[in-house]
Design a protein around this ligand. Structure first.
Ligand SMILES: [Zn+2]
Length: 59
């Protein structure tokens, strides 16, 4: 049987997003169900769309 390495394992609802926190620069984790991102350092919560918009403006 093939053994798949699933990065979105069942035990974690969070997927690590490739974005930095707008408050402290920490790593954001995307909560896929609710379209929100949570900072692993300061626990700030952002709407994913706001993060996308901010990243676009920054580059
Ligand atoms: Zn933060």
């Amino acid at each position: 049987m093939a053994d798949f390495d699933n990065p979105y394992a069942e035990e974690s609802p969070f997927a690590r997003a490739h974005f930095d926190c707008m408050e402290c620069g920490g790593k954001l984790w995307e909560y896929a169900i609710q379209g929100q991102m949570v900072c692993e350092d300061c626990r700030s919560v952002f709407a994913s769309q706001d993060v996308f918009d901010a990243q676009i403006e920054a580059h």
